[in-house]
Design a binder for this molecule. Structure first.
Ligand code: ADP
Ligand code: MG
Length: 749
């Protein structure tokens, strides 16, 4: 073995410089098979240490195991002391039932446990740790001393362990109720690990974080955690009857007061029985990092899929997308959890994980939207009362402002209709009051929203049934297969200006992002109907000019002056028409046109997304031309479709500057005759200048769009889009490949 290795190294070194080296020249040394190396059995202590290093990866994993043992021992008070980030000392003291004297000799042997005697017990157990590995592991990588006393004994016992065995007989000693375990010099025999850990200063922080999490879930136990020698504890929780109280005492008042309670209880019928209860932060909470405190069957675990799913809901629901604080406790039948897939038992695998996550996601979304709506509702109510008071005091009937008079500026979210008596120019003039009867198909989400609207303005329920009908229409047309695809697909990238490549299971699809975003925006407009946040335009622009602009853009023959007059007339008429609808547009769609005819506000359809302002003229023209204003339902549908089209993620108007597209940004400025050069045959040469500003505008526009497609469109589609059946056949989704077939092709290669 040794005789051939220098050559191997030499060859490797040579390879880069002398690729053509002739191997044939030295056949005896390079081809001769070397003797198989001898297989040796590793020493048992080494095996144990390797295994132990997997169970106890860092100081915090030791603390977790020790605290879980204390909880299993029915403790009501657990205190932790840490020195040197846990490397010098971890000491956990509890007031639990203690360990029997006769069990001490085997306490730290591998696979000794009081919690499990046969494999089947794994599934009926409710205690925290049950593989009898934790304590044993600690003795292989540290010095462990146990002091314990059981009920009815006059004195306790103390004993130290190394490599799984007692170092001496247990000694009698004075002891207070419970058990105290000291782990000293962690990783003393794993030099490399100790060095890396010594350099990372955050282990104590991890321990504090762990105990904080434990403390809010086990609110019937008091926890404390302090650095060795410190007077003040960094975690100090007291037994409390409410979970919210314990969150307040551990994470602070500001966190506790921005929490909303969430609950899901699913029956067997849904295919996965589980109960979830917890708290999630509302829009007042601001943080850069998500905190997800997750307990499954009372065990602190991590679940990155759930974490991501919740983050998506927040990004898509709250205007300022903050990262959430989430506490959740999930209980499900033991046989549905496999805790032992990971040596540290940190990750769990669950049956029907996807269904569960989806149900939790909708609950969180519902609660978030609900509180958002409620907040608006409260603000509206205050205004409403004030304006009622004002009008009754002045004793004059409220009438519309004379034309030309400016309306007072009111923040958009506080705008309230104060005049329900005069329907002139409003949709209500055309309405037939209908009984407010929600069809069964309407989702609970819209039911909640409409009940809020009802409270807000009880007289005006009739105008909403048409929106509900449109929404049920959306639900009714939904294609289940596409829904499944949209919910679970992964965005791969843009294939060209319009099609994105997405993967679903083993299939690759091309998805038309323009069609998809148009439909999504349309559906969201209906869902957020009358409840939009607003985008304030920095330069309010006059309607008539914008419409004229759109008409000019449409015209293929811009030189024809005769038509100009006609265009102006059309623009004027369209402006007049829209001016009649301003109140309705503002109230239901948050499209605000001031009394001077300037467009100044637009609705937020998807948070974190503003439409391409170059498309405003086209949008206004479309409102004027394409909406059926006389019929309520058709009108709402028309306006929503126009908004949908405007907000859709069309390719930017500037051509894509990547690849050949960059040519567009070269302007030919001067012509230079190059007759002096006969080689050019007297051709006229154009001098091209790159328009840097335009190019960088285009680059930004395209980059922004791609970002929005990936980070706004796809996550939101997953949550909200109900793809209509037509999308299955109109080229919106095209299957381009499936892995099974690709593999077959590769096999042949
Ligand atoms: P496991 O928790 O999987 O049983 P451990 O190695 O963590 O394995 O613990 C071994 C056994 O030691 C436990 O089953 C329990 O009986 C006992 N034990 C450990 N810590 C405590 C404690 N703080 N109080 C009482 N008993 C304990
Ligand atoms: Mg244990």
């Amino acid at each position: 073995m040794t005789d051939c290795s220098p050559l191997a190294v030499a060859m490797e070194e040579e390879e880069s410089t002398a690729m053509s080296m002739d191997v044939e020249e030295s056949p005896s040394t390079s081809i001769a098979p070397r003797d198989p190396p001898k297989i040796q059995r590793l020493e048992e202590s080494v095996v144990n240490r390797i295994a132990a290093g997997e169970v106890i990866q860092r100081p915090v994993s030791a603390v977790k195991e020790l605290v879980e043992n204390s909880l299993d021992a029915d403790s009501t008070s657990i205190s932790v002391t840490v020195k040197d980030g846990g490397l010098k000392l971890i000491q956990v003291s509890d007031d639990g039932h203690g360990i029997r004297r006769e069990d001490l000799p085997i306490l730290c042997e591998r696979h000794t446990t009081s919690k499990l005697s046969k494999y089947e017990d794994l599934f009926s157990l409710s205690s925290m740790g049950f593989r009898g590995e934790a304590l044993a592991s600690m003795t292989y990588v540290a010095h462990v001393t146990v002091t314990t006393i059981t009920k009815g004994q006059i004195h306790g016992h103390r004993v130290s362990y190394r490599d799984g065995v007692m170092e001496h007989e247990p000694k009698a000693c004075a002891a207070v109720k419970g058990t105290q375990i000291m782990v000293e010099n962690l990783f003393y025999n794993m030099i490399a690990r100790r060095k890396t850990l010594q350099n990372s200063a955050d282990d104590y922080g991890k321990i504090v974080d762990l105990l904080s999490r434990m403390a809010i879930h086990h609110n019937n136990v008091s926890f404390s955690c302090r650095k060795h020698g410190a007077v003040k504890a960094d975690v100090h929780s007291v037994v409390s009857s409410s979970r919210l109280d314990s969150i307040r005492s551990v994470y602070g008042v500001s966190v506790a007061k921005s929490l909303i309670k969430v609950e899901v209880s699913s029956g067997e019928s849904s295919g996965c029985a589980f109960d979830m209860e917890g708290f999630v932060s509302n829009s007042n909470y601001v943080a850069k990092k998500t905190i997800l405190v997750l307990f499954i069957n009372d065990r602190l675990v991590e679940c990155s899929a759930l974490k991501r799913a919740i983050e998506i809901v927040y990004a898509a629901t709250l205007p300022k997308a903050s990262k959430p604080f989430v506490y959740m406790s999930i209980n499900l039948p033991r046989e549905h959890v496999d805790i032992n897939i990971h040596p540290t038992k940190k990750e769990v695998s669950l049956l029907n994980q996807e269904i569960m996550i989806e149900m939790i996601q909708s609950e969180v979304e519902l609660k978030l939207r609900n509180t958002n709506d409620t907040r608006t509702f409260q603000e509206q109510k205050v205004e409403y009362i004030q304006s009622t008071l004002k009008s009754s005091r002045s004793d004059t009937p409220v009438s519309p402002l004379p034309s030309g008079q400016k309306t007072p500026k009111v923040p958009v979210h506080k705008m309230v209709r104060t005049d329900s008596s005069d329907p002139a120019g409003r949709l209500h003039a055309f309405l037939q009051p209908k009984p407010h009867n929600l069809p069964d198909t309407v989702s609970s989400l819209s039911a909640v929203r409409s009940s809020i609207r009802q409270r807000r303005n009880p007289k005006e329920t009739a105008d909403l049934s048409s929106v509900q009908e449109l929404l049920s229409g959306v639900d009714g047309c939904c294609h289940p297969g596409l829904l499944e695809t949209v919910r679970n697909c992964t965005y791969v990238g843009m294939a060209d200006d319009v099609f994105a490549l997405v993967q679903y299971q083993t299939h690759l699809y091309l998805a038309n992002v323009v069609n998809l975003s148009k439909e999504l925006m349309y559906q969201q407009t209906l869902r957020r109907f009358a409840h939009f946040n607003a985008i304030q335009l920095s330069d309010p622009a006059p309607l008539s000019e914008l419409i004229l602009l759109a008409l000019q853009e449409e015209d293929l023959d811009p030189e024809n002056n005769e038509k100009d007059h006609l265009k102006e007339r059309i623009a004027e008429m369209n402006t007049e028409l829209l001016m009649e609808k301003v109140e309705m547009l503002e109230e239901y769609f948050s499209v605000f046109i001031d009394s001077d005819g300037n467009l100044s506000r637009l609705p937020v359809i998807l948070d974190q997304y503003t439409p391409d302002m170059d498309r405003v003229p086209e949008f206004l023209l479309c409102l004027g031309n394409d909406v059926e204003w006389e019929d309520e339902k058709a009108c709402f549908q028309g306006v929503s479709a126009a908004i949908g089209n405007f907000y859709a993620m069309h390719p930017p108007l500037l051509p894509n500057p990547s690849g050949d597209g960059v040519r567009f940004y070269y302007t030919k400025t001067s012509e230079k005759s190059s007759q002096e050069n006969p080689a050019l045959g007297g051709n006229v040469e154009m001098e091209s200048v790159l328009d840097q500003d335009l190019l960088s505008d285009a680059e930004t526009a395209w980059a922004q769009r791609e970002w929005s497609i990936q980070h706004v469109l796809f996550p939101s589609m997953r949550l909200f889009l109900k793809p209509p059946a037509s999308m299955a056949s109109n080229g919106t989704f095209v299957k381009v490949a499936s892995l099974e077939k690709l593999y077959k092709i590769f096999e042949r290669c």
